[in-house]
Design a binder for this molecule. Sequence first.
Ligand code: ZN
Length: 242
Amino acid sequence: MAKAAGKHLTRAMLAARKAMGARANRACPACGKAVVGFFRYGGNAEWGCPDCGASPRERLMNHLIATNVLRVPVEGAILHMAPNEGSLVRRFSAASDYVPADLDPGRYSVPGMRQVDLMALAEADRYDLFYASHVMEHVPDDHHVLRNIWRALKPGGEAWLIVPLWDKPTEDGSFDIPPRERERRFGQWDHVRQYGPDFADRIRAAGFDLEEIDASGIDADVRHLFALDDRLFRARKPGGTA
Ligand SMILES: [Zn+2]
């Protein structure tokens, strides 16, 4: 509740600054608008876009796509888990075979939502792109899920994964741990682990080639303009022609 209150206050302050004629010297790559700043959320002073609400990770993804670092396979098949980010729904739904999905599809208003349990994902060689942002910290057995994702991708297909990270090694839990303790240890009641940089090792162990794209590696002026943050784990299933 405290988080929500702080967020709204700051968002209101941004609106006031804009109304008073503050110069929009920042920009959001998710909605394309010039903005006077980004609103605070939790410990991040530049979290949300005041126009579209995009988070730093949503802005990072849009920036990487807009600059052709990442290519959306519009002629192919995309499995988009937990499709909360409107700008990415717009980009991915241009694909000829777009599958927005969640364990609990009723929570989303995206057309065509399907029920997908990543623990039971049994498809093979089906997708060109798998996208999941802040999903892997919810699944009971991430080693199993990573292998399922690997199998579901076509050779040369990519999984774009973003998870909450800390600097320490990954700490695993389970749903046997009471929700209040999970919230204390993993930051949210429905998380079962907290990832560290060694998430990379788990991705490679599932058979992927991996590239890590961290916002800190992007040109400082660009990073400042868009208030980019977070790290993308870009995993590629070997093979194919790409
Ligand atoms: Zn925006």
